[in-house]
Design a protein around this ligand. Structure first.
Ligand code: FPP
Length: 241
């Protein structure tokens, strides 16, 4: 049943939606299960929201699947999360292809275990020709890591004479981020009641609308997603003008 889907203005959909998927642990705990059960159910939400985004014609969906900070969680949880992520990506590759979805990844992928990086790359290669939704997974991602990296690359460029100081612009910086081919998000969603951005796409959300909901990620399903887009469409975006 989808109440909000019918209310959407199809001509004014956000091009890019970014989501901080939060609350898996709390959702599981409230039901007396361990955290990984929450992550497992979070995968169902990932599948549903990806399908919903493709269905209504969103161009880019970015999911914060694993942050740089997540490496600091207890080792068994890190391992279980990594396995779940990579198994899901591998298992869902045929369905991504059936739905014309292209997979991309942003983040410090050099920190992923070899098996994970290889399987991820396989899925990226196998879906690279798809022209529908682009699903961007942020893996081992943090915005400060990304900006630091961009700065280093730009400085090297200045040192080697490729750029002058005056060449450094908004666009040059954007072009050195891992999101360089991706438009900035129009809408950023965070589930589970927390109202902060947690080192996610700090540069890119300069003019994004932020949407916070109490719903935990494993309970966040299609109609919750359409509701977020509906609320987005009620806002007046002026871009500082
Ligand atoms: C936040 O909940 C969620 C994560 C850190 C991981 C998100 C990962 C998935 C939903 C798994 C699969 C993803 C893909 C793309 C296949 P939390 O553990 O921080 O919850 P808490 O704040 O309640 O502790």
């Amino acid at each position: 049943m989808s109440f909000y889907k019918e209310k959407l203005d199809k001509a004014r959909l956000p091009k890019h939606i970014a989501i901080i998927m939060d609350g898996n642990g709390r959702w599981a705990k409230e039901r007396g299960y361990d955290r990984i059960f929450g992550h497992q159910n979070g995968v169902t939400s990932v599948r549903e929201i990806t399908e919903a985004a493709a269905e209504i014609g969103i161009e880019y969906l970015t999911l914060y699947a694993f942050s740089t900070e997540n490496w600091g969680r207890p080792q068994p949880e890190v391992e279980a999360l990594m396995e779940l992520l990579i198994d899901t990506i591998e298992k869902e590759t045929p369905s991504l292809n059936q739905n014309n979805i292209r997979l991309m990844a942003i983040g410090d992928l050099s920190r992923l275990p070899d098996y994970a990086r290889e399987k991820l790359q396989r899925c990226i290669d196998q879906t690279s020709q798809n022209s529908g939704l682009t699903l961007v997974l942020a893996l081992s991602y943090s915005s400060r890591w990304e900006i630091t990296n961009a700065l280093k690359n730009i400085c090297e460029g200045v040192q080697s004479g490729k750029y002058n100081i005056d060449d450094i612009s908004d666009k040059l910086i954007s072009d050195h981020l891992t999101t360089k081919s991706i438009p900035d998000p129009d809408l950023m969603i965070r589930t589970s009641g927390e109202e902060r951005v947690s080192n996610f796409l700090l540069w890119q959300i300069a003019y994004s609308e932020l949407y916070f909901t109490q719903t935990h990620w494993p309970a966040f399903r299609k109609d919750n997603f359409y509701q977020a887009i509906y609320e987005f469409q009620q806002r007046d975006r002026r871009f500082g003008k």
